[in-house]
Design a protein around this ligand. Sequence first.
Ligand code: SF4
Length: 64
Amino acid sequence: MKITIDEELCCASGLCTVKAGEVFDQRDEDGIAVLLAEAPAAEHHDAVREAAAVCPAAAIHIME
Ligand code: SF4
């Protein structure tokens, strides 16, 4: 699995950090999501898929 975040789309909702805090964080200055792991370990895959599903901006893209 490889993840990218479209910063232009991200509206800084923070939901991804709630769903998968080991993989997503938010920039202090504007709340835009940043990746802690572009290719997360298998144990985080379900949480990452859930984060992508709930992202209100559809800003999280997953390549399986
Ligand atoms: S859930 Fe989506 S819109 Fe919200 S911070 Fe994460 S990437 Fe940005």
